[in-house]
Design a protein around this ligand. Sequence first.
Ligand code: GDP
Ligand code: MG
Length: 230
Amino acid sequence: MNAKSLRRTRADSIVPQPQSQRRRKHRIVVLGEEGVGKSALTIQYVQNLFVDYHDPTLEEEYTRLTTIDEVPVELSILDTAGQDEVARLREQHVRQADGLVLVYSLTDSKSYERLHRFATLIERTRDYAPVPIVLVGNKDDLVRDVDAAEEEGRRLAGNMGCPFVRTSARLRRGVDEAFAQCVREIRRQERICDATTIDSTPTAKLLRRKSIRMIRSVSRRIKRSLSRQQ
Ligand code: GDP
Ligand code: MG
C-alpha cells in the first residue's frame, strides 16, 4: 500500500459524527457606531485580552472554535469598521451574516440613537427576513448599576424580539454571554426555518404565517420606538 492510498484509507475510515455533534460554522458580524467597543469586545472574546486602542478603520475577521450549550461550533467573527465610504461593503456583510451583534455604548446616547440607521440597513438588506440579532450595551464598567441607557436598550431589544446583554469588554463581563446568545438566536431561527420549510402540515403553515406577521410588526415597532426617542 503506497502513502497516497494509506492517506485515503485513513480519511475514509473516519467515523462520521452524528449531525448534532458536528461542528457547525457560523458567521457573526459585529455592528455599531465607531468607538462603542466592537473591536475590544471581539478581541476580548477571541483572544482573552483587552485592547485599549485599536485602529478604528481596521476591519478584521477572527475565528474561534468553541462549544455552546454542549454543541461544538466554529465562529467566524467580523469586526466591522469605517463609515459611509464602506457602506456598500457593510451591506454585503449584513447580507452574508448568519447572526449580528449590534453594539452601542452605555456611555454614549448618540450611539444608541444611531442604532436606527443599523436597524434600517438590516431591514432593507435582508428584505424583512428574520435575522438572528443580539443587542449589546457595552462599557458597563463606566456606568451605575442600572441606568437609563440600559433600560432603553432592554426596551428596544424587547421590541425587536431579541436578547439584550450588558457587557464590559474591559472587565470581560457579559462578553461570552453576548456571543453565546447570538449563536442561540441563530440556532433558534434555524429550527423555525426547518419546521416551516420542510414541514407542510397545517401547524407549520400557521407558524410560518405567524412569523411573517411577527417580523413585520417588530420592524414597525422598532421604527416607532426609535423615532419617538429622537
Ligand atoms: P470600535 O470603534 O467600536 O471598534 O471601538 P474600540 O473597540 O476601538 O473601542 C473604543 C474605545 O473604547 C477604546 O479606547 C477602548 O479601549 C474603549 N472601550 C471599549 N470597550 C470598553 C469597555 O467595556 N470599557 C471601557 N472602560 N472602555 C472600553
Ligand atoms: Mg474597531
